[in-house]
Design a protein around this ligand. Sequence first.
Ligand SMILES: [Zn+2]
Length: 303
Amino acid sequence: MDYQHTIASPVAINGIGLHTGVTVSVRLCPAPANTDIVFRRMDLEGFAIEAHSGHVARVSYATSLMRKGVLISTTEHLLSALAGLNVDNVSVELDNLELPILDGSALPFVKLIAKAGLRRQRARRTYMKLLRPVEVVEGAKRLAIYPSETFEITYKILFPHPLIGEQTLTFVPNPANYEAEIAPARTFGFLEEVEMLRKNGLIRGGSLENAVVLTRDAVLNPQGLRFPDEFCRHKVLDLIGDLALLGRPVLGHVVAERAGHAMHAQLVSRLLQERKAWTGVTEAETRVKSATQRPSELAASFS
Ligand SMILES: [Zn+2]
């Protein structure tokens, strides 16, 4: 898809916030080309906060945006669904401070966007194409992005839990495989952390309806897991959402080891600072470049 896209018609959904536990209505509306994703607090006269790295506020257990003291919390699953389906421009109206958690995955948002349909716009989409690697390291945690002709993710997680252990997933997203393999993966947490999180005013809306909850050796949810590696898939889901804060899709190979929202946000702000590490290209330019750089591959595709 070479051109920017918005949704074809407005759509709405209701739910509760994972951390606040309050009811919230969200309405997605079509937006003009080059506006990106803009959140609007309709309970505060439509106060707008662009989904951009400069507005990232808190990133411990969710990615929240803030401008002039106004907060919009837990944005990553909706941003992931929008990025996963290649939606560039949309206005997200909500009447409270936290996005609904729904079933803990991005699938309800994917279905909502599918219901709205997509509309192609006249402006070209521009990509952030990596020219050299950019890396964030914090002890055993690492998050890097390397030059690549496509957007690719390799995510490795390591939790000392019998149902998780080490999981690695390599994923080259497109809308179809995003919907089937990443969007359904739910957020997860450990039962022994529940009390601590509640004491800190978090996960007030959390339940087995919207999160995978792990005891020391089992899954508490009666239906079990949606994928054996649902945990790693959810990290990929979160990463795709957090990278949307770059304001444009990326052409590069992201390699994550035991990362999380805070590191995702660090990589995004590093990328935006290191202007020599990347260049802005349209997809058409990328195709021309790879055609001239790799004549043998091009010839093979015509044989
Ligand atoms: Zn998440």
